[in-house]
Design a protein around this ligand. Structure first.
Ligand code: ADP
Ligand code: MG
Length: 540
């Protein structure tokens, strides 16, 4: 069956186009419905075009211009009553001592905080017109130099929620060649580089020295070819930072602002030691710390509280719940073979609409599915931690550009990466924790858009779907699973631990029957043996 053809019928992805290819109507021209339709037709191309945030969303622009006259007045929050109404509306819970009032708009910043004009311009020019709920709360908290624990759904703008105040704090109190004052830590290189690119856009025309701690920069610092004092803000992963710390080639004693993104990951067993080592080098008495994630389990929060000073805690929506823009569904496939059949069924039924990300539990399985779907002539690629950072960046770029329609992966890109137009996330293998589930499916439904997530499970997964059902229930996706699934017993702490740390053993992914694979192997061995024999004969 030629799946490619079926796909191209259902999907509207076209060859990537530049924004400038779409003729923007001149100001004097009245925008016609036809023009709007043309723009909408091309929307997917733009949605995958993340890093060009400077370029406006043309559709929004056309509509905004049409509605210009009836624009609402700027929202301003001037007392506790208004703040509490605003928080109720945003489903935000903010606890702690002396909580600052939230901002109601970016303009609100200028009246309350002497906000830098250029920074505000950069924001507005980057299509960021109104702050999201987490931004409304976190910006004043951080600008008031308070420690912060922030939990907000995937795709709700947490990056700007910490970048805006970090930049404003540095700009409003300039110190030349003082040393690193802002430190942002994220669990993966891909995410660090995304944060760095956001920083570059936001701080345009400001005289700040910002760097990502790349391998090259780490080497330069170690060889004393450059001095860490030259930088104002560094974005890094813990591993890379510890490497340079060990060689004493970076000075963190001047850091005033620490941001830990995907904090629960960095306070989890795998990273805890490294995070701890880094924290011990941050000796500045004026240091303020903030941590952000879409999932902050209680245990992690307890640890975080021990390193924070009188923090404010901000939760948008429910702690640990999925973004409610995502329609979630569980599909029982019976056995492993059933998963491939289900994918093919989704294609037949038109539900397999690219761009799509498919998550699997291991690199071997991701590679196997990649080969299987290649065979189906799907426009597919795979990304996992065995690929070099350069190869990984390349695949991400191609997926964002729309050159790849289906991206197969492991948990390596489950967190933080902002793919704008992903339509569907498929958990080919059930994620091992509720947190992993929330982050994986959070690659869709970002920046206010809707998305869909489908999780396959087999009879072996019986227990491990319980945490997922809980997330679905909490985020309003009750229609996505059958009633009997809700009756699965609650998991004990031990069971949860076991599931988290032990991958379920699964049958290999392949539609080729095992007899055929065996015969192929025998044939390859025979060819190999005959080659060796010939080589021996020739040499004697
Ligand atoms: P999170 O870290 O919460 O998962 P991101 O910070 O990656 O989410 O942001 C998700 C998307 O929302 C990004 O594409 C970002 O550009 C967009 N975004 C963030 N803040 C705003 C805003 N105030 N207005 C419009 N879009 C925004
Ligand atoms: Mg993020």
């Amino acid at each position: 069956m030629d799946i490619f053809r079926i796909l191209s019928r259902g999907a509207s992805i076209k060859k990537s186009k530049q924004l400038t290819d779409y003729a923007l109507p001149s100001d004097s021209q009245k925008k016609s419905e036809l023009q709007k339709e043309e723009i909408l037709k091309n929307q997917i191309d733009k949605e995958t075009d993340f890093f060009k945030t400077k370029k406006r969303d043309i559709v929004k622009e056309v509509e905004a211009e049409e509605q210009e006259e009836e624009e609402e007045p700027i929202l301003k929050i001037s007392n506790e009553d208004e703040a509490s109404k605003f928080r109720k509306m945003n489903k935000s819970k903010v606890t702690g001592d002396d909580i600052p009032l939230p901002i109601g708009s970016f303009e609100d910043l200028t009246t309350r905080f002497k906000f830098d004009k250029k920074l505000l311009d950069n924001l507005i020019q980057s299509e960021f017109v109104e702050p999201t709920a987490i931004q409304c709360e976190s910006i004043p908290i951080m600008l008031n130099n308070r420690d912060l624990i922030a939990c907000a759904p995937t795709g709700s703008g947490k990056t700007l929620a910490y970048l805006i105040p970090t930049l404003q704090k540095l700009i409003s109190n300039p110190k030349k060649n003082h040393g690193i004052r802002g430190l942002i830590i994220s669990p993966t290189n891909e995410l660090a580089s995304q944060i760095f690119q956001n920083l570059e856009i936001l701080s345009k025309s400001k005289n700040l020295r910002i760097a990502i701690l790349s391998k090259q920069l780490a080497t330069k610092l170690s060889n004393k070819e450059t001095d860490s004092k030259k930088y104002d803000i560094i974005v890094t992963t813990p591993l890379r930072l510890i490497d340079v710390l060990k060689k004493e080639s970076i000075d963190l004693s001047k850091v005033e602002n620490l941001v830990i993104d995907e904090a629960d990951k960095l306070f989890d067993q795998g990273f805890l030691n490294q995070t701890d080592q880094i924290l011990s080098t941050l000796t500045n008495k004026k240091l303020t710390k903030s941590m952000f994630s879409a999932t902050i389990p209680s245990g992690v929060e307890e640890i975080a509280n021990t390193i924070m000073f009188n923090p404010i805690r901000t939760i948008i929506g429910h702690k640990e719940s999925a973004n409610n823009q995502i329609e979630q569904k569980l599909i029982f496939t019976g056995n492993e073979e059933g998963k491939l059949l289900s994918i093919r069924q989704l294609i037949q039924e038109g539900e397999f609409k690219p761009p799509i990300i498919i998550f699997l539990q291991s690199i071997i399985r991701a590679k196997a599915l990649f080969h299987e779907l290649l065979y189906d002539k799907l426009n597919v690629d795979v990304i996992h931690s065995e690929k070099t950072p350069k190869q990984r960046d390349e695949v991400i770029k191609r997926f964002k550009n729309g050159d790849i329609w289906v991206l197969i992966t492991t948990d390596v890109i489950a967190r933080g990466i902002d793919f704008k137009g992903v339509n569907l996330v498929i958990n080919y293998d059930v994620p091992q924790t509720a947190q992993s589930y929330v982050h994986r499916i959070g690659r869709t439904g970002r920046g206010g858009k809707s998305g869909k997530a489908i999780t396959f499970f087999t009879k072996e997964d019986n227990k491990s779907i319980k945490p997922i059902i809980n997330v679905m229930k909490q985020s309003g996706s009750k229609d996505g699973y059958a009633d009997w699934m809700e009756d699965i017993d609650k998991l004990s702490k031990n069971e949860k631990k076991k599931i988290k740390h032990n991958e379920i053993k699964r049958k290999k992914i392949s539609t080729v029957p095992s007899v055929v694979t065996k015969k192929r192997k025998q044939r390859e061995e025979m060819i190999e043996a005959s080659k060796k024999r010939k080589a021996l004969e020739n040499s004697s």
